[in-house]
Write a new protein. Structure first.
Length: 192
């Protein structure tokens, strides 16, 4: 194995995993085409997708880990509310939950990740960061769905507010059953 598919993100506690699972199950019948729900226990907030990353070398996983270890951030809270679709409601490919609390802290942390990885030659994101929690991917958007009912369901969802005390470097393993994420290294928030 000379490359791993990697990303930097925030792990979510079981209470959020359970809510994401319940919402995904409730959204599925509202879509006329196939959707792939996020696998149980795999819900997270992505700060930066790295893609296929060398295991070794100047921009390898070890170097990425060392660069991320230099980021200092204070603990913060996440509170989810509402949601929407990427790229938009006409032919959605992703159904997501939004943030009512912690969005600016996520944006600042994502910018710090970009800044820390730039010296390794890893380009910053080309589009503005939008903190969200992916709930499902729409595999056949052309078949349509009850998108307004989905938005109403997302708006009514009662999420717990949860603490963020670390950021994680993840390995993502793709299979026919969806992605499985494995934590490679955790970077705790500064407590001072």
């Amino acid at each position: 194995m000379d490359h791993v598919r990697a990303f930097v993100g925030l792990a979510l506690p079981q209470s959020c995993q359970d809510m994401a699972n319940r919402l995904g199950a409730a959204l599925a019948p509202l879509c006329r085409g196939r959707i792939s729900r996020v696998r149980t226990g795999q819900a997270h907030i992505t700060l930066k997708f790295l893609g296929e990353t060398p295991v070794t070398g100047p921009a390898g996983i070890e170097a990425v880990g060392e660069a991320l270890a230099g980021i200092r951030f204070a603990p913060f809270r996440l509170g989810f509310a509402g949601g929407g679709f990427f790229p938009g409601p006409n032919r959605p490919r992703v159904i997501w939950a939004g943030l009512r609390e912690g969005a600016s802290a996520c944006r600042e942390l994502a910018a710090a990740v970009d800044a820390a990885l730039a010296p390794l030659g890893i380009a910053p994101e080309g589009k503005p960061f939008a903190a969200h929690l992916t709930l499902a991917r729409v595999r056949e958007p052309e078949r349509g769905g009850d998108w307004p009912a989905m938005l109403a369901l997302l708006a009514k969802a009662q999420w717990p507010s949860v603490p963020v005390a670390a950021m994680t470097l993840w390995r993502s393993v793709l299979s026919d059953h969806g992605a499985r994420h494995e934590a490679l290294r955790e970077f705790p928030a500064a407590l001072d």
